[in-house]
Design a protein around this ligand. Structure first.
Ligand SMILES: [Zn+2]
Length: 1021
């Protein structure tokens, strides 16, 4: 029975996942227990923990919050419906969840199957700190109910509803602070609800002291009270408020299979859209949107303009209008020379402009762009204080991380490596939590980020010798230890002992039939002499081998979690230690592991690699192509460049094995894909281009940038957060549908994704000095990266939700339990100065990209450039040249600087033509102390959602302003403005960026730590 049932559940999961392109490629699949990306149609980012309870109390979600069985009576017994289930007999046995399981959550849904024998009763769950602060649900003779108790007061209790005994009942309890409700469901139908609930989970659970949290299943907080007598199965804790339909789907999928539950299309909007006009505010003023003509070459989809100049009634001037053009999924329309027509839409209007596309045979040859610009070394740029000697937001965030890193114990970051190689731990070493705990199959990822961060911190702290020495010592210690471990791999443990040096010949662990991902204490293999020469990771090689054999993503021992992703972090950390901080041994380690990976991958047929890299999460490889191409650049060894190409994501890059389409031909192949799985692949393609000059790799990167920036981006400069597919980490299912398919309640804007988008901006700028790349850099740096760090320490965000009344959640303040985003935050905040300035490769020009108080030493020209400013608390900056010579100063004129851009040199006004979104060149022979003063008046602007132009964000210059909210919301905050001149609707202080707009307080998003709304229902006053 189990087999038939799981197969149907699996089919259901696949059906609901088909809109996520990569997920649909799953052909074979073991079981549904794994933390797969979609479970019953819900993205895994919504799942905090899942206890299947068929054999043990392990959390099978990716978070691995394994529960402890307390007491002696809990047993797993045969069961007619579920084959196996947990039986608690009311004898004092229960489950206890780790104290950190619910930290950071304000919304909770708890679901499970519960079987109460006749006459039995007890506590289903009780999450809290004591009898006076708890969230619990009980089943007893009066029925089933859920309660919230805060400081001894019951602040919400659902009506008790009858509970059927002696049969399995699917139960769900949903605490939904946004809707101020607490709801129970029995067998998929709403049973009891209490409205007006003002308590959220973050008030029940201690947020910093995990030991204070008592999270029980099967017993109440009262130590003397009886425990539950019942059977339990498939207990899940979600961090989203499940809808009645979702609860019903979870239940029916377990019982009946997909035929009664398959449901396609976007889930209903979770935020009310009532009162938002459908018509664009421009609609009544527009008189004409002209047709256009564009050219393209055979095979390449045309680059249709996002905006078209329109004409307005009464000959009044108005902005260009945003046009959404059809976005075909392949390039079949352009495979032959000729002409065809497509029709676009202007959202919120009836206008339907046409584009005539002329497809021509390409003539001549296209010369690949050269890398004309280079960054400055991190150590040559320092962040300075503001004009009053105060710390800037950049310095504040940098120092939060520098302090944490300086105090960190590198042995903790080496724990899993030593554990994998069976080596003793130095006294005082503590294993990391989060995604680096004992059983998490991603362990080691944080150590890779840590290596990069320590290297960058070393390079970035030239201002403090003691800090530099601290970081240098840490880096050398880390590298020495990893080097020594790597030397063991594939070599006899004792002289004359057995060993396997060939990476392709790694055998399964002794006594096991095959490879597995069992990392539990006592079970993890440590026979490093069999692992092949050069191997280094924080777990044995099995996950790499299992990926080749078809293993999918999940938390069973037959499943894996992105081995090459983790390896990319480690290799990038090693190369940063070498390239940024000069540690030569780090390069040797990277070469050894690079060769190991190459040896295995080149032995595989191309179909196997295509299948691997298209496998959701399991085949996520971060930027392995980037790190391998980089390894080639640093060593000159051809094998590494060949290895980089073995990581080509062929379908996304080139459409198919024949390279007929894909991003290289400007086809949008990213729709519905996991954002952060794929963005690093793009920076990797660009690094491959850097080392091969093969044009398609450049086009993959530049086309991707256009598609993402135009069609998938939120106003903070981040991406993802799809409702369709229902996964907070995926791009929306179609371009230009943020409103229709985005704004997932489970979150948007994974911070890693933006970290990677910034890397892409910077690297594209090296080839194409178009201001758009640095415009996005500035946008996302201020409004996402700067905004992602806690006020009082290095805690930082995973997703940055932009739903009305949302709140940022900051994690990992103690640098001890890392998610992916906690990892990239270490890197982002130790290199905040890295893109303020660039230089031309021939040292004939310096680029001033960002207006941040800072000093750059231009070694090749013996010039120092110092920028003094209070930007963005002022709209001016002063740039002083120390030294001199003939060179160009190229200053970015931001795209938002539409109210003039004024330049003075040595006190004299310069008459310049400075169009927004360009670079202004100031060419002369500079003399010591020459001074450039720039002024770029800020204005208030709206950034509208492409497919719902009445919903918009408010910017002041480069700064996203957030409406400050007192609580969660279920609607989009209305904002009435004089949209012709927004400043008329604003009061406040431009020096502190504190404003009142339409009576609502606003401040910079990067200074918002409470609840906020950054998207508003804007109407014209
Ligand atoms: Zn992340």
């Amino acid at each position: 029975m189990l087999h038939g049932m799981t197969a149907r559940v699996l089919a259901a999961a696949l059906l609901t996942a088909t809109s996520c392109l990569v997920a649909a490629t799953h052909a074979t699949h073991g079981d549904t227990q794994g933390g797969d990306q979609f479970l019953d149609g819900i993205g895994e980012t919504g799942l905090a923990a899942r206890y299947v309870l068929n054999a043990n109390a392990e959390d099978t979600s990716r978070n691995q919050f394994h529960a402890a069985m307390r007491g002696s009576g809990g047993t797993f017994v045969d069961d007619e419906q579920f084959r196996r289930a947990l039986l608690l007999t009311g004898d004092g046995s229960y489950l206890q969840l780790p104290g950190e399981t619910l930290t950071g959550e304000d919304t909770l849904s708890v679901t499970a199957w519960l079987f109460l024998p006749t006459g039995a009763s007890g506590t289903f769950f009780d999450f809290g700190q004591s009898a006076s602060t708890r969230f619990f649900a009980v089943a007893n003779p009066s029925g089933f109910r859920a309660s919230l108790v805060l400081n001894g007061q019951t602040l919400g209790e659902t009506p008790a509803v009858p509970f059927l005994e002696n049969r399995w009942v699917h139960v769900a309890v949903v605490l939904d602070p946004a809707n101020r409700s607490l709801t129970t469901y029995l067998d998929g139908a709403r049973a009891g609800q209490v409205p007006g609930v003002t308590v959220n989970a973050a008030q029940i659970v201690h947020q910093t002291d995990r030991a204070a949290n008592r999270l029980f299943v099967g017993r109440p907080q009262d130590d003397a009270a009886p425990t539950l007598h019942a059977r339990l199965r498939d207990l899940r804790i979600y961090r989203i408020a499940l809808t009645e339909r979702q609860v019903a789907t979870i239940r029916t999928n377990a019982l009946a299979g997909p035929q009664t539950t398959a449901r396609r299309g976007a889930p209903d909007p979770e935020i009310s859209t009532a009162g938002i006009a459908a018509e664009s505010p421009l609609a009544s003023r527009l008189s004409h949107v002209p047709d256009i003509t564009v050219n393209t070459v055979v095979g390449t989809l045309p680059h249709l303009p996002a905006e078209v100049a329109a004409t307005y009634r009464d000959k009044s001037r108005g902005p260009s209008v945003r046009v959404i053009w059809p976005s075909p999924t392949d390039n079949s329309e352009v495979m032959k020379p000729g002409t065809y027509t497509v029709t676009g839409t202007v959202p919120g209007t009836a206008f339907a402009p046409k584009a005539t596309v002329i497809v021509k045979v390409p003539v001549g040859t296209y010369t690949p762009p050269g890398r004309l610009v280079e960054p400055f070394p991190l150590s040559d740029v320092t962040l300075d204080r503001d004009t009053k000697g105060g710390d800037t937001p950049f310095i504040r965030n940098r120092d939060k991380f520098i302090r944490g890193l300086a105090a960190s114990n590198p042995d903790n970051f080496l724990y899993n490596f030593r554990d994998a190689f069976g080596q003793p731990q130095p006294a005082g070493t503590v294993q990391l939590d989060g995604w680096d705990n004992q059983t998490t199959r991603l362990r080691g990822h944080a150590s890779g980020h840590y290596l990069s961060a320590i290297a960058q911190a070393y390079a970035s702290t030239a201002y403090d010798e003691a800090l530099r020495a601290n970081f240098l010592q840490k880096m050398n210690y880390l590298i020495d230890t990893l080097y020594d471990l790597q030397q063991k791999s594939g070599r006899p443990a004792q002289p004359g002992g057995p060993s396997v040096a060939d990476p392709v010949a790694v055998p399964p662990a002794a006594g096991r039939a095959g490879y597995d991902s069992n990392l539990r204490k006592g079970a993890i293999r440590a026979d490093y002499w069999n692992w092949g020469a050069g191997f280094i990771s924080a777990y044995p090689p099995d996950q790499f081998i299992m990926l080749e054999k078809g293993a999918t993503y999940g938390t069973q021992d037959t499943q894996i979690w992105a081995p090459y992703y983790t390896l990319h972090k480690i290799l990038a950390g090693l190369l940063d230690s070498y390239e940024v901080a000069g540690n030569k041994k780090a390069l040797d380690i990277a070469k050894g592991m690079g060769a190991w990976a190459y040896t295995r991958l080149k032995a595989l047929p191309p179909e196997t690699r295509i299948s691997m890299w298209n496998r959701y999460i399991a085949g996520e490889y971060g930027g392995m192509n980037e790190v391998m191409a980089r390894l080639f650049r640093l060593t000159g060894e051809k094998q590494f460049l060949e290895c980089a190409k073995l990581f080509d994501n062929t379908n996304m890059f080139f459409g198919n094995a024949a390279h007929d389409g894909g991003l290289a031909k400007n086809v949008d192949t990213i729709r519905g894909r996991h954002a952060n799985q794929h963005i690093p692949q793009i920076t990797g393609a660009l690094e491959t281009f850097r080392n091969t000059n093969e044009l398609p790799y450049y086009l993959i990167a530049s086309n991707f940038w256009e598609i993402v920036n135009r069609s998938y981006m939120y106003s903070i400069g981040g991406v993802a957060g799809a409702r369709t597919p229902n996964n907070a980490e995926c791009f929306t299912a179609q371009p230009d549908t943020l409103w229709q398919n985005g704004f997932a309640r489970g979150g948007q804007n994974e911070t890693c994704a933006t970290y990677n988008l910034l890397k892409l901006d910077r690297q594209l700028f090296m080839y194409d000095q178009t201001a758009k790349y640095m415009d996005h850099y500035e946008l996302a740096l201020y409004n996402h990266i700067l905004a992602s760090v806690a006020e009082d320490g290095p805690g930082n965000t995973y997703h940055v939700p932009l739903n009305p009344g949302a709140q940022k959640r900051f994690g990992n303040a103690d640098m001890h339990g890392f998610t992916c985003c906690n990892g990239t935050a270490l890197e982002s905040n130790t290199k905040l100065q890295d893109s303020i300035y660039f230089r031309s490769a021939d040292n004939s020009a310096i680029y001033v990209n960002l207006f941040v108080p800072s000093t750059v030493t231009w070694q090749a020209r013996n010039v120092v450039v110092q920028q003094t400013t209070d930007f963005p608390y002022a709209d001016t900056t002063r740039i002083v040249v120390q030294g001199g010579g003939r060179f160009d100063v190229k200053v970015r004129v931001p795209q938002w600087a539409t109210r003039g851009f004024f330049v003075r040199v040595n006190g004299r006004n310069e008459s310049v033509k400075a169009a927004p979104g360009t670079y202004l060149t100031l060419a002369r022979t500079w003399r010591d102390k020459d001074t450039i003063e720039l002024r770029m008046p800020f204005g208030f602007d709206l950034t509208r959602v492409v497919d719902q132009p009445n919903v918009a964000s408010v910017f002041y210059g480069p700064v996203l302003l957030a409406a400050q909210e007192s609580g969660p919301r279920t609607d989009w905050r209305r904002l009435a403005l004089d949209t012709d001149d927004i400043a008329k609707s604003v009061a406040g202080d431009r020096a502190t960026l504190r404003f009142s707009i339409d009576g609502v307080p606003f401040k910079p998003f990067y200074e918002s730590y409470g609840r906020y709304s950054v998207y508003l229902n804007v109407s014209t006053k």
